[in-house]
Design a binder for this molecule. Structure first.
Ligand code: 11C
Length: 329
């Protein structure tokens, strides 16, 4: 049956990606109800040859919908996702509001999609952080085949992770690159010609909120509560797609061929072992790309790999839609 879909945050970069993906291949949509702030009233979103007027959130605004995708920040989700569930819809939430709640599923369909099926009742389902999603997809086949002792990850994250303001800040600084002082807004320092080791805010232990998300979400999604994950996250002047250098220590020594086969045979992974993937090349693509797979010199159980994926697609909108597919297909 054609679905009735709500989209909160319809005018943001993730919202826009969600609409593009819906247009590409989701099952027929009976209704799109886009929501955004007051400033966007009067705008229409085009989907399937029809215009859907942008609305603002208000009581009973989700009535009749099957699913609502939220990508509009933690506060909006905290307040409105439960309202969508009360109205009888699934709330697929791309914010950080519910991810670590014990009774909320945090889902990457290839990894732990078994938590959802066509009999699931309307509930909030959390979409993980983008840099976590591509990491767990790459780790899952290694966990299943060889077991994992620990994981270390250093990220190189694109500005689109910070939404439209981040994207525009890099483009504007690039256009005006000779101007000496770029006043940073979306980032704490100038992003052009730079790398900024801050994503989110810093905690007392020295980790940033982005690092904390990766370190707590990864064990939950993989279903290994005590998995030791250490993350260091950096914003770089790439427009889109996050890159990650990953060190994974397996429970046993294995041959390279076995590692490459495990990764290559897993749903959602594209291995690029001869060449390597880059952010620019994989933008717009769906899989998680893995390259530079090689063994550590000192610890033969330890493997290094380079993991790149489109943070707006698999890292956000596409993963949300794949969650919906588990529920409705
Ligand atoms: C970034 N990963 O690149 C962040 C964006 O909790 O979903 C996504 C934040 C989140 O800045």
């Amino acid at each position: 049956r054609p679905l009735k879909v709500g989209l909160v945050g319809a005018t943001g970069v993730v919202g826009e990606t969600f609409i593009n993906i819906l247009e590409e291949y989701a099952q027929p949509i009976a209704e799109l109800r886009p929501f955004a702030s007051q400033n966007s009233l009067g705008l229409n979103i085009e989907l399937a040859g029809k215009q859907w007027p942008v609305q603002v959130l208000k009581p009973n605004c989700f009535d009749g919908l099957d699913m609502v995708f939220f990508s509009s920040g933690d506060d909006i989700s905290r307040e409105w996702a439960p309202e969508a569930v009360k109205a009888g819809a699934f709330a697929v939430d791309n914010s950080n509001a519910f991810r670590m709640d014990q009774d909320i599923h945090l889902v990457v369909p290839e990894v732990n999609g078994h938590l959802l099926n066509a009999d699931s009742k309307p509930q909030v389902i959390a979409n993980p952080n983008c840099s976590t999603i591509q990491l767990v997809v790459a780790l899952k086949p290694l966990l299943d085949k060889f077991g994992i002792e620990n994981v270390t990850v250093a990220t190189y994250q694109a500005v689109s992770g910070a939404g439209l303001p981040g994207y525009e800040e890099l483009l504007n600084q690039t256009k005006n690159f000779q101007q000496p002082d770029h006043e940073p807004k979306a980032f704490s320092k100038q992003i052009l010609f730079n790398c900024i080791p801050q994503i989110g805010s810093f905690g007392e232990d020295g980790f940033s909120s982005e690092e904390a998300k990766i370190m707590s979400e990864t064990p939950k999604i993989l279903g290994v509560k005590d998995l030791n994950v250490s993350a260091f996250t950096v914003r770089i002047p790439a427009l889109n797609s996050h890159s990650e250098a990953v060190w994974v220590t397996l429970n046993k020594e294995v041959a390279k061929e076995d590692v490459v086969n495990a990764l290559g045979n897993f749903e959602g992974i594209a291995v690029m072992d001869q060449d390597f993937p880059t952010a620019l090349e994989v933008s717009g693509e769906e899989p998680v790309f893995v390259g530079r797979i090689h063994q550590d010199r000192h610890n033969k159980k330890r493997w290094l790999m380079w993991v790149v994926s489109d943070n707006l697609k698999k890292g956000a909108a596409l993963n949300g839609l794949q969650i919906a597919e588990r529920l409705f297909c």
